[in-house]
Design a protein around this ligand. Structure first.
Ligand code: PGA
Length: 252
């Protein structure tokens, strides 16, 4: 069975003290209650080690926001998947639209990153999503299909079965404009259909597909109630413990 997941992508926010504070607030707000979903946070690289220590007795799991496409060596400024594993990361976000738009990450590099992350036993949260113009031109389904077929659909069935997909329409990220519940369900069902065509019904049914883009405590419950929406990848609302925990609690 696929899992429900709420993952917080902190992006380039929170220095060390702020990171400690936010983790402590999230831990205490979650308390000892059983959760109805997996919870993941993705702080900036430099704070991963410290956050990992603060998560030792927590249900919250740790993700990185990116990783290198190489194992090791002369790649100034890069961080390898092995390094991420060594500080307690279990997940890595790849293919985020900000990495695609601002750092020129194309399918060829993402393909390498996904493979090296999987080789190092990180669970990949792979982001896909169309831009506003593409939706306006009614090209959104085509865009999503190419983003998948150029990258994660190259994986073996065994490898693909380990990954998480995050559908994040670029026009909804950080804009306050959320995809409607119908738009989210329509695209998630389309993505699950593509997975079924490529890997069969069992893999498709077992793949968690998260929604991302201006998800908040006020709209999470409606979005997550759709049968193909298995949780969220949260940006802005993951920076406040109350909001993040409010979204987690949308899974009753
Ligand atoms: P947002 O970001 O929730 O601030 O829209 C989502 C994301 O980029 O993952």
């Amino acid at each position: 069975m696929r899992k429900n997941i709420v993952a917080g992508n902190w992006k380039m926010n929170n220095d060390l003290d702020e990171s400690r504070k936010l983790v402590e607030e999230i831990n205490s707000a979650l308390g000892n209650d059983d959760l109805n979903c997996d919870v993941i946070i993705a702080p900036p690289y430099v704070n991963l080690n410290e956050v990992s220590l603060l998560l030792e007795n927590s249900k919250v799991k740790l993700s990185a926001q990116n990783c290198s496409s190489e194992d090791s060596g002369a790649y100034t400024g890069e961080i390898s998947p092995k390094m991420l594993k060594s500080v307690g990361c279990e997940y890595v976000i790849l293919g985020h639209s900000e990495r695609r738009a601002y750092y020129g990450e194309k399918s060829s590099i993402l393909d390498k990153k996904v493979n090296i992350a999987l080789k190092n036993k990180l669970t990949v949260i792979f982001c896909i999503g169309e831009r506003l113009l593409e939706r306006e031109k009614n090209e959104h389904f085509k865009v999503i299909e190419s983003q998948l077929s150029e990258t994660v659909f190259n994986l073996s069935e065994e490898d693909f079965s380990t990954i998480i997909i995050a559908y994040e329409p670029v026009w909804a990220i950080g804009t306050g404009v959320t995809a409607s519940s119908e738009q989210a369900q329509e695209m998630h069902a389309f993505i699950r259909g593509l997975i079924e065509k490529r890997y069969g019904a069992k893999v498709a049914q077992n793949t968690s597909i998260l929604y991302g883009g201006s998800c908040k405590p006020t709209n999470a419950e409606e979005l997550f109630s759709n049968k193909d929406v298995d949780g969220g990848l949260i940006g802005g609302a993951a920076l406040k413990a109350d909001d993040f925990v409010g979204i987690i609690k949308a899974f009753k």
